[in-house]
Design a protein around this ligand. Sequence first.
Ligand code: NAD
Ligand code: DAU
Length: 358
Amino acid sequence: MVETVKVLVTGGAGFIGSAVVRLLVAELGVSVVNVDKMTYAASPAATAGVATDPRYAFFKADICDGAAMRAILAQHRPDAVMHLAAESHVDRSIDSPADFINTNIVGTYTLLQATLEYWRSLDAEAQGRFRFHHVSTDEVYGSLGADGLFTEETPYQPNSPYSASKAGSDHLVRAWHHTFGLPTVTSNCSNNYGPFQFPEKLIPLMIVNGLKGRPLPVYGKGENVRDWLYVEDHARALWTVLTTGKVGETYNVGGHNEMRNLDVVHLICDLLDELRPSGSGSRRSQITFVQDRPGHDARYAIDASKIARDLGWRPKETFATGLRRTVAWYLENEGWWQEILDQKYAGVRLGLAAGKKA
Ligand code: NAD
Ligand code: DAU
């Protein structure tokens, strides 16, 4: 295990990044420098619990700004970078790919260059301990048929502008390791869910719409399959990969929770009915089947045996326990998501503006 005392986290005000920040600062006592542009997806509330901790520092900055990245690295001298900043929503990447190319590809390149310059300035011992951890997605592997799992050897076949931009960033990280010797590790994770997820994504959107008595828009027939992982399990996996992963390797992360979208929505409806009965029957009656996502990947499923075997990581939550915790969190934090609905995103359908007919 490498000794990691101070970490620069990019995207630490986002859904997964903030779970990483909370884990590192509040549970593990690690110092964190959070670098985030504060896009629509960022939430100051998600890091409010550590905001005054002396081990926590925040910079509002864009990873595409090389001068800012170099200055922050030189000033704070971290032992590692955990790179989570990204544009993350597939539907938005169909409507407006430019932000995805800029942040996910140009931003990752800019951060890699700034990090390489910083890493070269370290003494040999510090260079040996340093890690650049690139946080990526299983979507780079494309879409599975009815059988099989994504392994670390599955060829890249990204299908959306989002996944293509993440695949591009994965390749840049690989090249910066092989060509320049930067000590990198990469992880590719399946669908996350949990507290502070922006309600444009399936699970929080269904919870919020379910509570408001609005239609629950299921794309196509709801038969697409995703593999769900509770966000705090992902945060622990990321720390494991950072501190014990082998330099130059990639690790798939997943929760062994494959499920059809329609079945996920049914479970959410049933939990809402149990925890906050509507008085007018089951939420399942709010389900509406809507036009499919252009280029919609059929199935994702992760083979997480490498991270289990080599690094000893396993998820703590099952989908049943994690989803119950998640629904309960959204019930208790209505103020958080209502402000988003009022000010940032009212729940309108995204991703149909420019794509081919599904
Ligand atoms: P998110 O959209 O919730 O958060 C992204 C964060 O990055 C936001 O705080 C945003 O302000 C910040 N950001 C965006 N552009 C930036 C820029 N140019 N400079 C600095 N900060 C910027 O995303 P998330 O769901 O938390 O995903 C985090 C990472 O994990 C992403 O790299 C994503 O590809 C990857 N990932 C996500 C999932 C998932 O299910 N959500 C699964 C696997 C991998
Ligand atoms: O697999 C990892 C990826 O998971 C991450 O890299 C992405 O950042 C993350 O957004 C997520 O991508 P998905 O496209 O799978 O997530 P999303 O929540 O947008 O959709 C999940 C499934 O639900 C997908 O098959 C589309 C469907 N869906 C989504 C929405 C928003 C619906 O049926 N209705 C909806 O309203």
